[in-house]
Write a protein that binds this ligand. Structure first.
Ligand SMILES: N[C@@H](CCC(=O)N[C@@H](CS)C(=O)NCC(=O)O)C(=O)O
Length: 207
């Protein structure tokens, strides 16, 4: 497969980060095609590759896959050996539900706690709804770890559900959110994961 992944800035694009992590975890060879966000020509440059006008987009020969979760699903289907979803149907359903909830929800958390790895404004006072969403993330993580019995990632080895939550880990770190003790080792595992470290290196080099 000859793949190109259209992404935004390493320090800004949390949705690009998620898709990139899944491709790297699965060992898929691909060429990243980076487009700087928030520039006068950003929209036009993204539209040259992706009709949604959003990144990430995965280009595989003449196939264009918009949207981070759709990209993750495509990689899970084409690389079954990467085990990006849990093998157990019940656990897989929970992992899918958590990924979908992250993908479509947490609007207060995502708006108030901007991702910005290197830059960006920080608000001092978090809204009640944002605080409630933070608690909901803790509940999802606790539930998945308990259901899977995993001591590494949410459902065992690093998978799509982890990729979906990686940018949240960075948001918590940036905003100094106190994480319950039983979730601390999960946070440490995410931060130490080689693909996450690689993205951080790229972000430090290129913003
Ligand atoms: N639901 C989409 C969201 C994609 C998205 O909002 N991407 C942002 C960057 S993180 C974007 O392309 N922004 C460019 C713009 O709005 O001009 C996904 O999961 O891929």
């Amino acid at each position: 497969m000859s793949a190109k992944l259209v992404i935004g800035d390493f320090g800004k694009s949390s949705w690009s980060f998620r898709a990139w992590l899944v491709l790297v975890s699965a060992g898929v060879p691909f060429q990243p095609l980076q487009i700087r966000l928030e520039q006068p020509d950003t929209r036009q440059r993204i539209l040259a590759h992706a009709p949604s006008g959003k990144v990430p987009a995965l280009l595989v020969d003449d196939l264009v896959i918009n949207d981070s979760l759709a990209i993750c699903e495509y990689i899970a289907e084409t690389c079954p050996q990467a085990h990006l979803w849990p093998a157990d149907a019940r656990l897989r359903a929970k992992a899918r539900a958590a990924s979908a909830e992250m993908h479509s929800g947490f609007s207060h958390l995502r708006t108030q706690m901007s991702f910005g790895l290197n830059t960006g404004d920080r608000v001092d006072e978090l809204q009640t709804q944002t605080r409630e969403e933070i608690q909901r993330v803790f509940a999802i993580w606790s539930d998945l770890l308990a259901a899977s019995g995993s001591h590494s990632f949410l459902c065992g080895s690093f998978g799509i559900v982890d990729a979906m939550f990686v940018p949240v880990v960075f948001r918590f770190r940036r905003y100094g959110i106190e994480v319950p003790g039983h979730l601390q080792s999960y946070i440490n595992n995410v931060l130490a994961y080689p693909a996450v470290q690689k993205w951080l290196e790229l972000a430090a080099e290129r913003t």
